[in-house]
Write a protein of this length. Structure first.
Length: 433
């Protein structure tokens, strides 16, 4: 039986995770689930803990829920640690999205200018967590959901001695579900080979019962205007010509790069009326926490589907179960490249289809990416490496170069403005600067 610790337990996503553990209890018997949060998240943590207890009781499984603000108490002898926290909360997210928009830049909270600051706030906290893990649960696997999940993995794998760290995103799992629907086939018959970076991943091939059907999938996407979108992203369609030319399945986030002008104008339109994704999410969250307090509720409520994290629990719990059971199945995770993508550094974090073993993920060889993907992937990786450098040095000039090289910024002039505003706005969460 297993002891699991979830850091950021007060997240409104936690019932999703609980559901995942309940569904898979037979193959992954969780003895103790510890939900950890901080003082600011105490009230949310209490509500979530009570709901989790009701869910477990209804399911009739002997999983014990613990809840604490003392991370070290929780981490002792953990088998798996999952992280899903947001330094500064949704207010900080709102700044990550609004400040770039106020300078006419896309307000993307994971890979854009705002995402860079989410990384700068997160990396020191993750490093502290890993110091505790080293002492209290040195053999645990850390499954990180905290965004920017790829960039955080890049920092950990290159600047700490902690190797057992895996970044997970629900997007690749959602893409496989969507492709299976397009093919009208059970998901177990379908495999999408994916490679790239987090929120910059491409479906490079699709197999149905062992036969490559990528072209059929792209053709159906083209003619039925199916875009494999997610709830948090504006659903602008891909043109049939672009899909055919790309010859790979783009992910939802590719719109920010390949349909940049249209995405920006839609976002600016909303921003004029004060609307950002953060403001939408705040409203959804308020409503969710009201529902979570209903003592008759003992399931994950339907309204959680309004968040972008659909299938989060399937992605996270499948990963944990495959490690625990040494399943050696294939899942898409953020892990050390080790040559899987030939054009990226050996030690970098990449998001690739990997075999999941008890020793961790073994990434599958991909070689070079298609030319249309290669450049933008390398650009994003350069930005990630520069952001990690800035997080460690705390130097203005390092942050400046990272900001200007962000694929959604690309301007020294605007980069400086957005950097200065974000530095000021997030000052209290940036101890290194
Ligand atoms: P949220 O703002 O509700 O934060 C979750 C919790 O983290 C809060 O209860 C907060 O109090 C807590 N927290 C903040 N700092 C902490 C710290 N230092 N230690 C412990 N807890 C801390 O955020 P959310 O919208 O629920 O999202 C949670 C995280 O999950 C975010 O980082 C988000 O980017 C990430 N996420 C990732 C994916 C993915 O695909 N990887 C999908 C959805 C969400
Ligand atoms: C998707 C992405 C996540 C991101 C989320 C945002 O699930 O994979 O990494 O955090 O969307 O959803 P939200 O509802 O918070 O806007
Ligand atoms: Mn994600
Ligand atoms: Mn709108």
């Amino acid at each position: 039986t297993y002891k699991i610790v979830t850091i950021g337990g007060g997240s409104s996503y936690t019932p999703e995770l609980i559901e995942g553990f309940i569904k898979r209890y037979a193959e992954l018997p969780v003895r103790e689930l510890w939900l950890v949060d901080i003082e600011e998240g105490k009230e949310k943590l209490n509500i979530i803990t009570k709901l989790a207890e009701r869910m477990v009781k209804k399911a009739g499984i002997p999983m014990k829920i613990y809840s604490t603000l003392n991370r070290r108490e929780a981490l002792k002898d953990a088998d798996f640690v999952t992280t899903q926290f947001r330094v500064g909360g949704l207010h900080a997210r709102s700044l990550d999205e609004s400040i770039p928009l106020s300078h006419g830049l896309i307000g993307q909270e994971t890979n854009g200018a705002g995402g860079m600051f989410k990384a700068l706030r997160t990396i020191p906290v993750i490093f502290d967590i890993l110091k505790d893990c080293k002492e209290l649960c040195p053999n645990a696997f850390v499954v990180n959901f905290t965004n920017p999940a790829g960039l955080v993995t890049e920092a950990v794998l290159n600047h700490t001695s902690w190797e057992r760290f895996i970044g997970v995103c629900n997007l690749p799992y959602g893409m496989e579900v969507g492709v299976s629907k397009i093919l009208e086939a059970e998901k177990s018959r379908v495999r999408v080979h994916m490679a790239g970076l987090n929120h910059m991943v491409f479906g490079l091939d699709v197999f149905l019962d062992g036969v490559s059907v990528k072209r059929d999938v792209l053709e159906k996407m083209a003619t039925e205007s199916e875009s494999l979108n997610m709830k948090n992203i504006m659903d602008l369609p891909w043109s049939p010509e672009f899909l055919r030319g790309l010859d790979a399945i783009p992910c939802a986030y590719h719109r920010y790069y390949f349909q940049k002008d249209q995405m920006l104008s839609h976002m600016l339109e909303d921003f004029k009326t004060g609307e950002t994704r953060a403001s939408q999410v705040m409203a959804v969250e308020e409503d969710l926490f009201k529902k979570y307090q209903d003592e008759d509720l003992a399931d994950k409520p339907k309204e959680l589907e309004l968040r972008g994290g659909a299938f989060y629990s399937d992605a996270a719990v499948n990963l944990i179960s495959s490690i625990a059971n040494d399943k050696r199945d294939i899942q898409v995770v953020n892990t050390r490249n080790k040559g899987a993508i030939a054009s990226l550094p050996f030690d970098s974090a990449v998001e690739v289809s990997s075999i999941i073993t008890k020793d961790g993920p073994v990434p599958l060889a991909t070689g070079l990416l298609p030319a249309a993907a290669e450049g933008i992937v390398q650009q994003l990786k350069s930005f990630e490496r520069l952001t990690v450098k800035a997080a460690l040095s705390g130097k203005y000039e390092d942050a400046y170069v990272a900001m200007v090289t962000n694929p959604l910024v690309q301007s020294e002039h605007l980069g400086r403005k957005v950097l200065d505003d974000l530095l000021l706005a997030h000052e209290k969460h940036l101890p290194a600067f």
